[in-house]
Design a protein around this ligand. Structure first.
Ligand SMILES: *[C@@H]1O[C@H](CO)[C@@H](O)[C@H](O)[C@H]1NC(C)=O
Ligand SMILES: *[C@@H]1O[C@H](CO)[C@@H](O)[C@H](O)[C@H]1NC(C)=O
Ligand SMILES: *[C@@H]1O[C@H](CO)[C@@H](O)[C@H](O)[C@H]1NC(C)=O
Ligand SMILES: *[C@@H]1O[C@H](CO)[C@@H](O)[C@H](O)[C@H]1NC(C)=O
Length: 340
């Protein structure tokens, strides 16, 4: 090879390497200091999860970015073996208060992650907004491979609008009080039990260690499940989940005080689902056509969406979700199931 040609080749290769390095750095910077958090998030979601985009080459960097904060397969539940009965737990939001692991809770801890090796093409996350009423979205929701619901919301009476299927449902301890009158009578106990029995095999996700005050209610529910050998797969989110999700959104410049169950579920679903479809998310008192929208489709609870006393920052969450929707990272369904 003539020397001139050799040095040309060398120069060309050096240039190529430098260009590749610069490209790599640009990617990393986009990850960490970009000015458009939502778009960064959107691209990180699609690339991170399933290598859909042409940037899939860089997915290891992006995967590390989300995995630095949480590993949904693991954080979705505390596992047996990591705790024992009597262990003291500090509540996530009330650090000074503690609870201890009861025998019943210990017995119901899963031995393996309920989401172990799970992968679904189309997932639906169903929020509880009154926007679902008269939507006829039920059949469409039920057509998904995995259906996530929040707070044991009733389905039978509303199945036309919200569907029937449930793969995973969350239950804040306060639900036992709010929707089932703290099981004061046999009738309420029965109703609660029937609701749990109707879950037949799905995951019941109980954030038992978030805020103090729900200890007894969780215990009542667990006792019922054990006594009646109810067919549900209980899961108790790990203590770090909340911090992890908040931290993840924070680095994307979305400052969320206390993520709603819906946002928690969305963040976790990015790990298990190729397509994520959101229904029943609408944190405004008026609908797209200006009609009043109930806070929940199933009760008369009234709530200020933006009050500073509210623990959640729903309109901010919704804006974030809308941005992700526009960028194709998720699908936000706010219209009529039969016409969309
Ligand atoms: C569990 O908590 C109760 C009170 O909440 C306490 O009396 C009891 O000693 C605790 N048990 C253990 C093993 O720490
Ligand atoms: C749903 O439709 C029924 C019957 O048309 C109507 O009475 C009701 O007001 C509607 N509810 C909402 C929230 O639009
Ligand atoms: C949704 O579509 C159905 C059937 O077309 C209709 O009966 C219902 O009123 C619509 N609901 C809303 C909220 O527009
Ligand atoms: C449980 O399911 C049955 C049949 O699907 C239904 O009739 C019943 O109303 C459901 N109960 C509850 C509490 O959802």
């Amino acid at each position: 090879m003539p020397p001139v040609f050799r040095s040309l080749l060398f120069g060309f290769l050096t240039l190529l390497v430098v260009l590749l390095i610069i490209d790599d750095i640009a990617e990393v910077e986009k990850e960490s200091v970009g000015s458009d958090p939502a778009s960064r998030l959107a691209s990180s979601r699609s690339a991170e999860t399933f290598s859909l985009s042409s940037k899939a080459l860089f997915s290891p960097i992006r995967r590390k970015n989300i995995l630095r904060f949480l590993d949904p397969e693991r954080d979705i539940s505390i596992l047996k073996g990591t705790l024992k009965p009597g262990d003291i737990i500090h509540y996530v939001f009330d650090r000074q208060s503690t609870t201890n692991i009861s025998e019943n809770l210990y017995r119901l801890l899963p031995t393996a992650s309920p989401m172990k090796n799970q992968y679904h093409r189309r997932c639906a996350i169903v929020g509880n907004s009154g926007i679902l009423l008269n939507s006829s979205c039920g059949p469409e929701i039920d057509s998904h491979d995995f259906v996530i619901r929040c707070n044991l919301a009733p389905v039978e009476e509303y199945s036309q609008d919200v569907g029937r299927r449930t793969s995973l449902v969350t239950m804040n301890p306060s639900v036992v009080q709010r929707a089932f009158q703290d099981l004061v009578s046999d009738e309420w106990k029965d109703r609660f039990l029937r609701r749990l029995q109707n879950l037949s095999g799905s995951v019941l996700w109980i954030p038992a260690f978030m805020a103090k005050g729900g200890e007894e209610r969780v215990e009542w529910a667990l006792r019922l499940i054990l006594v009646h050998t109810v067919d549900v797969r209980t899961a108790f989110p790990s203590l770090r989940l909340l911090h992890a999700v908040r931290g993840y959104w924070l680095t994307n410049n979305v400052h969320i005080k206390r993520p709603t169950t819906g946002l928690l579920m969305y963040t976790m679903a990015t790990r298990f689902c190729e397509e994520i479809h959101l229904y029943g998310f609408w944190p405004f008192p008026l609908g797209p056509q200006g009609r009043p929208v109930k806070y929940h489709y199933y009760d008369t609870l009234k709530y200020e969406y933006t009050s500073s006393s509210s623990p959640h920052t729903m309109p901010l969450e919704f804006r974030t979700l809308s941005t992700l929707h526009r960028q194709g990272a998720l699908r936000l369904h706010t219209g009529n199931g039969s016409t969309e």
